[in-house]
Write a protein that binds this ligand. Sequence first.
Ligand code: RUQ
Ligand code: CUA
Length: 654
Amino acid sequence: MFKQLSARWVIPVVAFGLFFGLALASCSEGGTAGMDVSEVARERHLSEQDVLAAVKTYQPTGRFDPYVLFASGGHSGQVLVIGVPSMRLLKVIAVFTPEPWQGYGVGAVETQDVLDEGRMADHDLTWGDTHHPALSESEGDYDGQYLFINDKANPRIAVIDLRDFETKQIVTDPNMGTNHGGTFVTPNTEYVIEAAQYSIPLWEEYADVDRYEESYRGLVTFWKFDRASGRIDHDASFSMELPPYWHDLSDAGKGPSFGWAFVNSFNTEMATGGFEDGNPPFEAGASANDMDYMHIINWQKAARVAGEAGKTRMSRGMRVIPLAVSIEEGLLYLTPEPKSPHGVDVTPDGTRMVVSGKLDPHATIYSWEKIRSAIDSGGSGETDSYGIPILPFDDVLEAQVELGLGPLHTQFDDKGNAYTSIFLESKVAKWRLDPPELLEKIDVHYNVGHLAMAEGDTRTPDGKYLIAMDKWSIDRFQPVGPLLPQNFQLIDVDESPMQLLYDMPIGIGEPHYAQMIKADKLEPFQVYPGVGYSPHLMALKEGAPVSGTERIERVGNTVHVYMTAMRSHFKPEYIRVNQGDEVVLHVTNIEQAHDATHGLGISKYNVNVSIEPGETQEIRFTADQAGVFPFYCTEFCSALHLEMAGYLLVKPAG
Ligand code: RUQ
Ligand code: CUA
């Protein structure tokens, strides 16, 4: 590129030169030809540190990243797949929101069925607020098979199969108003944990807020995952009634704390706001106390209890363990945690739980051994107003370490260090666990939320790469109007001091949390295994069109079209129906060549499907509009792609 500076490059290079205040002559006349690294660095005003960061993140063409990050796509309702350290966006997995390129929710019946499973309150929901992705685990390590993610706004959980990176199931939680404490998996993905956030009435449809303490309830749900079918088993899942505190994040115990789950809460004041009526607003009322409660839940025992006769109550079709049963059976304990806690993170060895309070400068470290013995010794007799035993703070506390203002979320590396995001200071703090001591801090820009470490939530984190997910990005990127992108910042934590390597703007909403897995743990299909394969069934579909079976069949008012697609034609190319007919299009991409994807878009009927090699899809619509409607392949698949087309002819009624 530098050798022969064609006319195409002159303008950008001149602009670049102007930007850096450089002499124009040398640039515009191709002065970069034959430059070595140090000359380019000087000309681009790059420090040695910048060059090092570039060298540490650059991936030459054709070389893959060693890690893959699965990040929530925030309000887009999707999941982002990003290579690390290059920070290249590889895919946006359609989850809660229609996505035309993947043909998700725009005509393909099976994808619409998945979205329809996620209808709530009799509404089609066309957005989600995805927060916390969780990779499936085996013995506490990511196994690369499945990914789960929650929708906070509409309490839902989605299941994504990592063989084809497609969403297979959405389950709705009928008893929650919103969920925030999901998704977190138990160490063998026995259950996917989801905790509600803003409490709503549980055992009755409606109760005004003056009955908050009696009628409103928090909730945690343990969704049973059936690995064989790759689906959540609704009937084997159960919820637990919790007090009407606002629950925040969760984590599952592992190692010695296996079988237990931890759920944070705030607003243990049970403030009910109403600023407009002269009451303290939620923000004041819900942060009046110095301590809130961590909920300590024996999910293993709860699962047994949920299976016993008379121990659960049905609510809106879901089994719920009432509070009284949880207390009687010893399923639920509380312990105080400092002021407005946000993150609860179990250490890789499962011996400690680290909690950070938004309004407390410390990371608070709880000892599992101490929690266990406080439970075994029967507690101190103290309870909250609902009768849940409280384990005294001093009995279960191991240590506190002061980190800074607004500590939120903690991740761990392979060297005994912890990393906590410090929201108010816009920093990441690195600290040692044994003995607890703050080591150093690095600036991030700005308002950092979660952190994601390579293999960070496993028994054996990898360290090295840490990603800070920043909500604000002032002065980081080219201005794009008042709504700024959010920012993923890649940090090398093995360097001392820690080094910022890369800024990646995210332009589709607040990416809350992410998990990073070793790339070689993923074994996705290259092409679907066989022609006529249904991603919904994850098997060959009976009756799917294959080469030689193309035809059009009419059954009453329904017209079945059995169609195949291959470079570069559909067969058949004409679909003739009468106005008012039901059209069912069965279409198979009969190719098995890697990446030979075809699309099928139909003009004015809001249909587009993506048909990957081997895949079969079904499209249904009523031909309610008479006229002539071209359909065409929406993937530029070959030299004669534009010719890959046909006509839907809808003959006017009468
Ligand atoms: S949260 S920025 Cu929705 Cu996970 Cu802490
Ligand atoms: Cu097939 Cu374009």
